[in-house]
Design a protein around this ligand. Structure first.
Ligand code: PEP
Length: 260
C-alpha cells in the first residue's frame, strides 16, 4: 500500500504574515488527515520560517529547486547540502515553470533532462527525496504526443542515473496544459498516464514500480481532488494555487485521507 502524499507548491507567493496565517490554518486541522504525508514548498527565503513552524509537527517541507552543482560560483542557486541544513525532506525537480521559464533557452530536451537527472542525483546523494515533475506541453498534448513525451522523460532519467534511485523518489505527472489553468486532467486521463509510467518503471524493476508514489498535479482543487485521488495509480497530488488557502489545501488533504 502506497501512502498518499499531498505536496503544496507555494511558487513565488507569500509573505511572513501570510505564511504564518496559512501554517496556523493547516496545523489547526492536521488531525483530520493523520494517515497521509504532507509537505510544503515555500520560496527558499521563507524556509527557516516554515521549518520553525513545522518542526515537531507531522508536516514536512522542501524547496522548489536545487542546483546540479555541489557549490561554487552559481549566483542565485541553492545546493543540496544547504537543504540538509534546513532539514528539508523533499525537493521539487523539473517543475514545468522552471523548464519553460529558466532552463529551456538553447537547450534541447535531452540536455534539459540530463540537467534534471543531475539535480536528481544530487538530491538523492544528500538524502533529500526528489519529486521529479514530468508532463506534456499543450502543443504536445494536442499532437497526441503524451505517451512519447512521458516515456522520453522517464527513459532519460533512468538512462542517466539507473533505476535504483527511483526507489527513493516521488514522480509527479504534471500536464503543462493543466497547471494554473483551471483545466484539470480527468481522473481517467491521469490514471492512464500514471499507469503508463508505472508500467515503464516495472519493465526495469517491478518492486520499485509497485512502491513508487506518482502524484498528479494540475489545477487540483478541493472540489476535484477526491475523484482524482481515487484512481488506483494516483498516489496524491502536487498542488499549486490551492495550497495558498488553508481551508482549500486541508480539503485536498482530507480527500487523500479518504483513500487510505
Ligand atoms: C503546480 O504548481 O505544480 C501546480 C500543479 O499548480 P496548480 O495547482 O495551480 O495548477
Amino acid at each position: 500500500m502506497r501512502k498518499p502524499l499531498v505536496a503544496g507548491n507555494w511558487k513565488m507567493n507569500g509573505s511572513s504574515a501570510h505564511n504564518n496565517a496559512l501554517l496556523d490554518g493547516i496545523l489547526s486541522q492536521v488531525d483530520t488527515f493523520p494517515s497521509i504525508d504532507v509537505a510544503l514548498f515555500p520560496p527558499a527565503v521563507y524556509l527557516q520560517q516554515v521549518q520553525q513552524r513545522l518542526e515537531g509537527s507531522v508536516i514536512e517541507w522542501g524547496t522548489q529547486n536545487v542546483s546540479s552543482y555541489p557549490k561554487g560560483p552559481f549566483t542565485g542557486e541553492i545546493s543540496a547540502s544547504m537543504l540538509n541544513d534546513f532539514n528539508c525532506n523533499y525537493v521539487l525537480i523539473g517543475h514545468s515553470e522552471r523548464r519553460c521559464l529558466y532552463d529551456e533557452v538553447d537547450l534541447d530536451l535531452s540536455v534539459l533532462d540530463r540537467i534534471i537527472a543531475e539535480k536528481y542525483a544530487m538530491a538523492v546523494d544528500k538524502g533529500v527525496t526528489p519529486i521529479i515533475c514530468i508532463g506534456e506541453t499543450p502543443a504536445e498534448h494536442e499532437a497526441n504526443k503524451t505517451e512519447e513525451i512521458i516515456i522520453g522523460h522517464l527513459d532519460t532519467i533512468i538512462k542517466h542515473q539507473g533505476i535504483k534511485p527511483l526507489s527513493q523518489t516521488v514522480l509527479a505527472y504534471e500536464p503543462v496544459w493543466a497547471i494554473g489553468t483551471g483545466l484539470s486532467a480527468t481522473p481517467e486521463w491521469a490514471q492512464e498516464v500514471h499507469q503508463l509510467m508505472r508500467e515503464r518503471i516495472a519493465s526495469h524493476d517491478k518492486h520499485i514500480a509497485e512502491n513508487i508514489r506518482i502524484l498528479y498535479g494540475g489545477s487540483v482543487k478541493g472540489n476535484n481532488a477526491r475523484p482524482l485521488f481515487s484512481m488506483p495509480d494516483v498516489d496524491g497530488g502536487l498542488i499549486g494555487g490551492a495550497s495558498l488557502s488553508a481551508d482549500e489545501f486541508v480539503t485536498i488533504c482530507q480527500a487523500a485521507e479518504q483513500q487510505v
